[in-house]
Write a protein that binds this ligand. Structure first.
Ligand code: SF4
Length: 373
């Protein structure tokens, strides 16, 4: 499908989106990685200048909405930069990297955390890559199969210690890479896309992806895909080094600033996941146990059978002027209704944030209808 809108309206920290409830700033977090201090800084920004609640996105980013006026938007950008979360003004909206959140700590075939840092640096160093659309994204799957099914524009999937598959729009291209060549291959595909995309925003919208692979040899069968993962890792997750990660989901991906400040107070490395949850990492068992006791009563979800893991929603009314309903309230009411598949409630046909593999319920003004494939 070719979109007709020529202007890239994807928000960033500097180019905010003017929504019905004020300005919205989106802060890119490559690999979902942030420090406790950075989470604390975002919480203070959300409380002082925004709605008091952070939104976690399906690209493992954070949004702050309800920012009132240009002066406040400018103060938000300054605070984000001071927290070290705005390293490039020119490339801030294109640092979209989703990576296996538990990589290097629990499971997976390879530790790809350094790949995320190197890819982020290479993106910022490439002038042509500043021209990528803000919704174009990179996926790095450490071999466990959690990210590849989300169908990034350009992705890699670790097959073994020496072999990495290159994916376009979630599909194996048949190109095989050495780990050392991953970053160069991903940025080269992205630069070619930026050069030839015309009015396409995503690789899946191109009719011919062949030019993107120029100079990359196909040495294996192409076409394989991975099933989409819709649930985050939650609860007590033993790490390979003997420490513990706590996986905490937020109902509808909404993280109140007050709760975020408690998370930050643990003073541990954090990872935001593309399933709108947080991993609090590298905890000693005693610390993890104490954190669990404090955080669970605050509404964070640590139970992998919780129905909140099977439901999500776009912003809806009153924050979005396009919405036909208060979809978050409707999703919250529906959470007790059993469902076979993940349900995503949206306020209009744009179906923002729809997870792959989910049932998408579109508000009609008189209830909801199921989106047809
Ligand atoms: S799906 Fe529609 S109503 Fe929901 S956030 Fe997107 S534009 Fe707004």
């Amino acid at each position: 499908m070719t979109r007709t809108r020529d202007h890239d309206a994807c928000p960033g920290a500097l180019t905010v989106h003017r929504a019905a409830d004020g300005a919205l700033a989106r802060i890119r977090l490559p690999g979902g990685v942030l420090t406790a201090d950075q989470l604390g800084a975002l919480a203070r920004v959300a409380a002082e200048f925004g709605s008091g609640t952070m939104e976690l996105t399906s690209r493992a980013n954070v949004q702050i909405r309800g920012i009132g006026g240009d002066e406040a938007a400018s103060a938000v950008a300054d605070a984000i930069a001071a927290a070290g979360l705005l390293p490039s003004a020119t490339h801030e909206r294109v640092r979209n990297i989703v990576a296996s959140p538990l990589s290097g700590r629990a499971g997976g075939v390879a530790d790809i955390r350094d790949w995320v840092h190197r890819l982020d640096a290479a993106i910022q160093a490439g002038p042509a890559l500043a021209q990528l659309p803000g919704r174009f994204w990179f996926g790095i799957d450490d071999g466990r199969g959690d990210v590849s099914g989300l169908a990034a524009d350009v992705g890699v999937h670790v097959l073994d210690d020496d072999t990495v598959a290159l994916l376009l729009a979630g599909r194996d291209t048949g190109v095989r890479l050495q780990p050392a060549d991953v970053v160069a291959a991903m940025t080269s595909v992205a630069a070619r896309f930026a050069a030839i995309r015309g009015k396409a925003w995503r690789i899946a919208e191109l009719t011919d992806t062949g030019p993107l692979l120029t100079g990359l040899a196909r040495t294996a069968d192409a076409g394989s895909t991975w099933p989409p993962v819709t649930h985050p890792p939650v609860g007590w997750i033993p790490q390979a080094d003997g420490r513990v990660a706590l996986g905490a989901a937020m109902p509808l991906g909404l993280l109140p600033a007050r709760v975020a400040e408690y998370l930050a107070a643990i003073e541990a490395p954090m990872v935001i996941t593309p399933w709108r949850s947080v991993l609090v990492c590298d905890l000693a068992e005693g610390v993890a146990d104490a954190a669990l006791r404090v955080l669970a009563p605050m509404g964070l979800v640590f139970d992998e059978t919780s129905p909140w893991l099977g439901i999500s929603a776009c912003t809806g009314s009153p924050g979005c002027e396009h919405s036909m309903a208060d979809v978050r309230a409707d999703a919250a009411r529906a959470v007790t209704t059993p469902a076979a598949a993940h349900r995503h409630f949206v306020g209009c046909e744009r179906a923002c944030g729809s997870p792959r593999g989910a049932q998408v319920l579109i508000a009609t003004g008189d209830g909801y209808r199921l989106r047809t494939p």
